[in-house]
Design a protein. Structure first.
Length: 54
C-alpha cells in the first residue's frame, strides 16, 4: 500500500491496472511472430478507441 492514501484507492488502481495488463500481456513463447503482430495491432486499436472515449 505504499504511496496510496487508503486501501480503497490502492484497490481501484490495481483493478484497473490488472485489466490493462491482461489486455497487453501475451505469452510470446506460445504463439508465432505473425500472430503476435496481429494481437498487438488489435490491442493497440482497442486501447486507442478506449483512450479517445475518455
Amino acid at each position: 500500500m505504499r504511496r496510496f492514501e487508503s486501501a480503497q484507492s490502492a484497490q481501484r488502481f490495481l483493478s484497473s491496472h490488472a485489466a490493462i495488463y491482461n489486455t497487453f500481456n501475451v505469452q510470446r513463447h506460445l504463439i508465432s511472430r505473425e500472430t503476435l503482430r496481429k494481437f498487438s495491432g488489435e490491442t493497440l486499436a482497442t486501447w486507442q478507441s478506449a483512450a479517445a472515449a475518455v
